[in-house]
Ligand binder design. Structure first.
Ligand code: F6R
Length: 251
């Protein structure tokens, strides 16, 4: 592992050879927090990036090293609308990759409801829930190739609250790998806003693969701008940036 420092910036990035190493490093941070605070609030992301981390957390739980029975989880986002029983929903993804393999009670799972009647009403409900929870202890974050975190897509402003959003064409293309055909990719989602992400006591930002290199460069080295939403993390007081060689290749 090597550390990259950025001139004039208070943060650094840790660069690893493999995504498995990142998974182990990130899992150590989460399990340490779990041991200190068994009822921690854990913010979660879907997609390929956190899968090695989730594998490690499942392993740690199966080996009896940690328990999630007092944890509450808060996912960043969910497609809208989506059949939440489908494995293509983010809830389905989380069940398959984490929830079904750990001792987390079903009632402790929080995620926007992709089957709600009205996306805006559901976004407002989720925001209230997040606000009442008071900020997660650790928020796991991936980054889109367009620089999004959660589904806060590039634009001319940061949106503070949970909201319904259109996905960019880039995001739809990127996520089409999970579907049979690009026409099946939902075009909308409900996402945590930048406010809830910035309220996290610690963010675990993970980026792997060549297609993230430009977004990582924009997020970490340029001035913060809503054109690259992840760049707001430059102002987060406690974000750990974990990259593989490819994602770090333009730094
Ligand atoms: C997922 C999420 C997104 C993903 C990002 C990267 O819940 O909020 O921001 O983290 O799109 O996705 P992957 O990891 O599939 O490249």
């Amino acid at each position: 592992m090597k550390e990259i420092k950025f001139e004039g910036k208070p943060y650094s990035a840790l660069v690893f050879d493999t995504e498995e190493e990142i998974g182990r490093y990130a899992a150590e941070i989460v399990t340490k927090k779990l041991c200190e605070k068994p009822d921690m609030l854990l913010g979660l992301a879907t997609g390929s990036t956190p899968v090695p981390l989730y594998r490690e957390l499942v392993k740690a739980c199966k080996e009896g090293k940690v328990s999630f029975k007092n944890v509450r989880t808060y996912n960043l986002d969910e497609y809208f609308p989506i059949d939440t029983k489908s494995p293509l929903s983010f809830l389905g993804f989380m069940r398959e990759n984490l929830f079904d393999h750990i001792d987390l009670p079903d009632g402790a799972i929080h995620i926007p409801n992709g089957e709600a009647a009205d996306a805006d009403v559901e976004a407002a409900r989720y925001e209230k829930e997040l606000f009442a929870a008071g900020g997660v202890d650790i928020q796991v974050l991936g980054i889109g190739s367009d620089g999004h975190i959660g589904f806060n897509e590039p634009g001319d402003a940061y949106i503070y609250e949970t909201h319904a959003t259109d996905l960019t064409q880039q995001t739809i293309v990127d996520n089409s790998r999970f579907f049979n055909d690009i026409s099946e990719v939902p075009t909308r989602a409900i996402t945590m806003g930048i406010g809830a992400i910035m309220r996290a006591k610690q963010c675990l930002f993970i980026a792997t693969g060549k297609n993230k290199a430009q977004a990582v460069k924009d997020a970490l080295t340029a001035s913060a701008t809503p054109a690259c939403q992840a760049s707001i993390l430059q102002f987060h007081p406690n974000t750990v940036f974990l990259l593989d060689q490819e994602a770090a290749s333009l730094l």
